[in-house]
Write a protein that binds this ligand. Structure first.
Ligand code: FUL
Length: 468
């Protein structure tokens, strides 16, 4: 390389480095897969299996295989519904606690292959994985470690059997799996069977066969349980948490910690909020009148996606093997409501000042604004394109650089020219939607009061929610 070329190359490297400040701060950073996972924002959970037909929430594993008999299974209908609602992936209970496998697992005698459904030749995983691919959705699986059918459960032999069970799903037979869901639940009680799970082996098995998959459990390692099934991430919600010494289930951190994470911790384990559209996880005719209303779903959206969490909304198929029309209609209403709320960014056309500040107005996630190097306090002001009325303020940190902001407030310019505080909060993370009463103003500013290291913001947007 000639000297001149060398200089140009060096200048390019320096220019690139100067617009990509690497914050020297505490706390883990996400992997590219974790960033992509967080950007999915909403996925659909499908609880389906013998419980759909018996009405139980937790089957005891003695249900005859023949009870699983969907009369009109149509996974394409699940996937089309999910896509239309704006979900990016579907996670299916391939094996719930009753042990029944929705695919012909060679490791079990309690599967679709032993049932009369499709003369024992059916395979729900095959149909759903193909339907997801056809609809452009990602496919994920819930495989319960707690198994009330497998006679080996409670003995060391079970761990090997469970690994082979995982292998038969994750070995590529069903294509890429974006998320493996490990449920920590176990209802055996003090006199029940005690299984000492080999979690490192289970996690290694997933990583070996599906290296891009995000592993969910109470303690990750890919993402963590949010600590409740109400759809509520913490108002303070860090994507970092210490997991050393903890295990899924009984050995997990307290639910308050799962709900809020820990600032500056050494592991990136973002919260996933799982909640059902119905009172139970499985479909039941009697619960159809209790499908959550749009207001409740919007509230759940704000307290999950709007609080730095991914929303995993359970929409359980019915005994036909289709999404109930009441649920699918509600999903379409929910989608329409979200589209209405987020149709118009009232910050569009605003004036900003300061280096790169205009980047927060762009929807390109990779264009961001940072406080000057070394600063953990500062202000970002938007002079709006005329007076605007809004009640939702959306903020996003640029998480490939980590999660930094620990305290902030929002101020608007009053008619008297005095700035007034309208909200005071803690964390932002991948996405934070601050809810306020409607406010009309010509300027708004974000004041970062405290941060772990130099914060970087990729978005600040303003919306008006007419349903509030
Ligand atoms: C829990 C399970 O016990 C429920 O049945 C359901 O699958 C829920 C998502 O996780 O731990």
């Amino acid at each position: 390389m000639k000297n001149a070329d060398l200089l140009v190359a060096l200048a390019c490297v320096l220019a690139f480095a100067s617009c990509r400040p690497e914050p020297a701060g505490p706390g883990a950073r996400p992997t590219p897969e974790q960033v992509a996972w967080q950007q999915m924002e909403m996925n659909m959970f499908c609880h389906f299996g013998p419980n759909t037909f018996t009405g139980a929430e937790w089957g005891d594993g003695t249900e005859p295989e023949d009870c699983f008999y969907p009369t009109d299974l149509d996974c394409r209908q699940w996937a089309a519904t999910a896509r239309a609602a704006g979900f990016k992936g579907i996670i299916l209970t391939a094996k719930h606690h009753d042990g029944f496998c929705l695919w012909p697992s060679p490791e079990s005698r309690h599967t679709v292959a032993q049932s009369r459904w499709r003369d024992g030749k059916g395979d729900v995983l095959r149909e759903l994985s193909e339907a997801c691919a056809a609809e452009g959705l990602q496919f994920g699986v819930y495989i319960s470690p707690w198994d009330r059918n497998d006679p080996r459960y409670g003995t060391p032999a079970y761990n090997g059997a469970f690994v082979r069970t995982l292998e038969s799903v994750l070995d590529g037979t069903y294509g890429p799996v974006f998320e493996q869901w490990f449920d920590g639940a176990c209802g055996e009680g003090p006199n029940g069977k005690q299984q000492v799970y080999d979690w490192p082996l289970f996690n290694e098995t997933v990583a070996r066969l599906q290296p891009r998959a995000i592993i969910f459990s109470d303690v990750g390692p890919g993402c963590r349980w949010v600590g409740n099934e109400r759809g509520e991430a913490g108002r303070t919600n860090w994507s970092t948490m210490e997991i050393e010494g903890y295990n899924p289930g009984a050995g997990s951190p307290p639910v308050e910690v799962l709900n809020t994470g820990t600032p500056g911790a050494s592991r990136w384990v973002p919260a996933e909020t799982d909640v059902s559209i119905r009172p139970g996880w499985f479909w039941r005719a009697s619960e159809t009148p209790k499908v959550k209303c749009v207001q409740e779903l919007l509230q759940i959206y704000y307290s999950s996606v709007g609080r730095n969490s991914l929303l995993l909304l359970n929409v359980p198929p019915d005994t036909r093997g289709r999404i109930d029309p009441v649920d699918s209609l509600r999903l379409m209403e929910f989608r329409a409501a979200l589209d209405t709320v987020f149709a118009t960014d009232l910050a569009a056309g605003a004036k900003t000042s300061g280096k790169d500040a205009e980047n927060v107005l762009s929807s390109d996630y990779d264009r961001y604004w940072s406080l000057p190097a070394g600063k953990t306090q500062g202000t970002l002001t938007l002079e709006l394109d005329g007076p605007k009325t809004f009640n939702r303020i959306l903020l996003q940190e640029y998480i490939p650089l980590g999660q930094s902001v620990s305290a902030f407030h929002l101020e608007v310019l009053g008619e008297n020219g005095v700035w007034q505080t309208i909200a005071r909060e803690t964390t932002i993370g991948y996405k934070r939607i601050v809810l306020t009463d409607p406010v009309t103003t010509t300027a708004i500013r974000l004041v970062i009061d405290e941060a772990l290291f130099t914060p970087s913001l990729t978005r600040m947007a303003l919306y008006y929610d007419p349903f509030a």
